[in-house]
Every structure is written in C-alpha cells, then in structure tokens.
Design a protein around this ligand. Structure first.
Ligand SMILES: NC(=O)c1ccc[n+]([C@@H]2O[C@H](COP(=O)([O-])OP(=O)(O)OC[C@H]3O[C@@H](n4cnc5c(N)ncnc54)[C@H](O)[C@@H]3O)[C@@H](O)[C@H]2O)c1
Length: 364
C-alpha cells in the first residue's frame, strides 16, 4: 500500500493499493467516515457499468459495513459537466434528506470528480466527499488538490470551488478496463509532473516502458501525486507556484479547442510540452537544452507530436483562456530536466513564441 498525506486546508490521505475497492469501508473508517452515515456514489454511465453496480465489489463492501447507500448516475462527457448536472445532484441529495454529516463518493474520471467535488462544496455549504478515481489522469491529477467545477457556455471550468476531498482511494485494478489511449492521457500528465519537479519519473519512464503493467503505472502515479502534493501545499489556491502544473497546458487548451475537443487533453498536453520546450531552447530561456529529452520520452510512448494548427490559430485560441490577466500571459518554461519556472510574456509576443517552437520542432 502507498499512502501520501496531503496537508492543505484539509488534511487527507491518498491511498493506492491493489484491490482497495474490496476494503473501501475500512479505509473510510480510518479517515473518520463512520458507517452510520449516508453515502451517495456519484458516477457516469460507463463507470457505473464497470464498478458502480449494486452487485459490485464497492457497493457490497460499503453496504455490508452498514453505510446507507444512494447512487446518482449521469451521462459522462464534457457536455454534461454543467451546472444543470450539479443542480440535479443537489436536488437528489435534498430529496433524500442528506445532512451535513453525510458524504459523497466520486467514482470515475476527472469529469465525475470535478462535478462531485463541486456538488459537495455547494450542498449545505459544504459536505465531505471521497475521490475514487478510475482513470489514470484522474489519479495523478484531478482527484488530488481540491479544484472542483463545471463548464459554462463561455468555456471549460469557468465555475467552481476549491474544496478538498476527505480521502482519495486508487485501486489500480480499475485500469484494466481503461482503453490504451486513455492510459496515455494519464502518462502525459505523469511525464509533465516529472519535468516540473521529479527527474526520477523521467528516468523510470524511460527505462521501463510498460503501460500494461499496473505496478509500474502505480509507482509512476504515486510519484506524480507526490509532485502535486508539494505544489498544492505550497499554493493551494493557485496564485503562484501551482501554475507550474500547467506545463504544456496553455497550448494544450488551444489545441483541444481548435480540434473541437477531438484531440484528448493528455495528447494535447504532450504536443504542448513539445512546442513550449522547443521554443524555450531556441530563445535560450533554458539553462540546459530540454526539448531533446522531452521529445525522446514522448516519442517512446508513441505520442503523435504533429500539430495541425497554425501559430495564429493557436494564439487566438490561447488568448481566450480565463487565466490571462491584462495583456500578459504566464507560461511554464522548462529550465532543466525536472525543473520548470514561470515566465510572463506580453500577449503580443505569444504568436512569435509558438512559431519559434513549431519551426524548431520541424528540424528535430
Ligand atoms: N480538478 C482538477 O484539478 C483537474 C485536473 C485535470 C483534469 N481535470 C478535468 O478532468 C476531466 C478529464 O478527466 P478524464 O480524462 O478522467 O475523463 P473522463 O472523466 O471523461 O473519463 C473519460 C472516459 O472514460 C470512462 N472511464 C472512466 N474510468 C474508466 C474505466 N476504469 N474503465 C473504462 N472506462 C472508464 C468515462 O466514462 C469517460 O467516458 C476534464 O474535464 C478536466 O477538465 C480536472
């Protein structure tokens, strides 16, 4: 068992253990979530069919321990990560007389986690929730750190709250049903964590590529969570160093938007890290050249690194990002392998920066 304790505005454990779903009740009890409480499992239709059923391991384990279980299942996908899904969940909790001492369980990927977390933050001005991530991306990124929220018509994640979970439980067994391209989405975020703050992730991923091996994935995921823990503890509300977690993300969000979300987030992050690191090397903003290593590792995992959009298309999409303040944009730049820093540039210079990176990549 791997246990990582996050000490943010709330202190909680991230437990990573094979077959952890079989002992969920015991883990909840250790986190002071007692079995006299009502629990509402919130999940999407796909995850429900794998892990949410009343006959399944998780439900059986919790109900046998005495928890009074409820379940709310919604249609997954970004188009349902909305206020109306949250409102429906809040109404369901109110109809079933949930109180402040009851709790929610987010069983699913990042969308379920974000929607459930925001529902927990809002219901009765805040109740406990437990994250049980079922994608690698949710495990290494969205289940830890307490960013919750939904999309608005104007863009992704524009409404939300910082609300930390009470416990995170990752059972690597759930990865068995996850399609390979979605494992790769999680690998991209894991590699990102390595380049930000932990070179050993890069070394291990390089020497030991085995995306079908749960032990290998769990070890890498634990290291990525450790990076996230440090950053979140330092800057929980994302006013400074937490922005480092956005390495590759300014461009990734632009690529996702230009593709009308056909290119997945993790694959877009891989392309974004490649362009930014190539540009940073060209501009001599890195203390040692980084792009070569970043490309080498991304190519080992067979990430397609071509970008079908022009620098002007990407710039236009990037400048619609909610994080832009005035006429400046903060980029995350690699400084050396395992270390990144923030660099603020004028929005007028962004297109030149992207052009520089895309041109440099053609020769690599
Ligand atoms: N809050 C944060 O800090 C944070 C960080 C990163 C990403 N996010 C958010 O996370 C979301 C993306 O998360 P995601 O990539 O996990 O996507 P997701 O939640 O949409 O899951 C992807 C798909 O996989 C299915 N699925 C989930 N687990 C499965 C399993 N074990 N087996 C088979 N199918 C499974 C889901 O039903 C869904 O169709 C985005 O909305 C993003 O904004 C949030």
């Amino acid at each position: 068992m791997i246990k990582i304790t996050v000490s943010a505005s709330k202190k909680y454990d991230v437990i990573m253990e094979q077959n952890a779903l079989n002992k969920a009740a015991e883990l909840l009890s250790q986190a002071e979530i007692k079995s006299d409480r009502k629990l509402c499992i919130i999940t999407d239709k796909t995850v429900n069919s794998f892990y949410g059923k009343e006959s399944g391991i998780l439900w059986q384990n919790l109900s046998q321990a005495g928890f009074r279980l409820y379940k709310y299942v919604f249609e997954g996908g970004e188009s349902n990560k909305t206020m109306s899904t949250v409102t429906a969940i809040l109404d369901y909790l109110a109809d079933n007389k949930f109180s402040r001492s009851d709790a929610l369980i987010a069983l699913g990927g990042g969308i379920v986690g974000d929607v459930t977390g925001f529902s927990a933050a809002s219901f009765l001005r805040g109740i406990d929730y437990i994250q049980i991530p079922t994608t690698l991306l949710a495990t290494v990124d969205s289940s830890v750190g307490g960013k919750t929220g939904v999309n608005l018509k104007a863009g992704k994640n524009l409404a939300g709250a910082f609300w930390q979970p009470s416990l995170v439980i990752f059972d690597p067994q759930v990865l068995q049903s996850l399609p390979q391209h979605m494992i790769l989405d999680g690998i991209a975020e894991t590699i990102k964590a390595g380049f930000i703050n932990d070179k050993t992730i890069i070394d291990e991923a390089e020497n030991n590529i085995s995306i079908g091996d749960n032990r290998f994935l769990t070890q890498l995921a634990a290291k990525a969570v450790e990076v996230k823990r440090k950053v979140v503890e330092e800057d929980e509300r994302d006013n400074g160093s937490r922005q480092l977690l956005n390495f590759g993300h300014t461009l990734a969000h632009a690529i996702e938007k230009c593709s009308n979300y056909r290119i997945s987030h993790g694959h877009a992050v891989a392309k974004g890290m490649a362009i930014v690191s190539a540009a940073a090397d060209e501009m001599a903003w890195t203390s040692v050249p980084c792009a070569g290593k970043i490309l080498e590792i991304l190519k080992k995992f067979n990430f397609p690194l071509d970008c079908p959009y022009s620098p002007s298309q990407l710039t236009e999409a990037a400048l619609q990002d909610k994080k832009i303040r005035g006429n400046k944009i903060t980029l995350v730049i690699p400084e050396s392998i395992g270390k990144c820093r923030l660099k603020t540039i004028a929005t007028d210079d962004l297109e030149e920066f992207i052009t520089c990176g895309m041109d440099a990549l053609k020769g690599m």
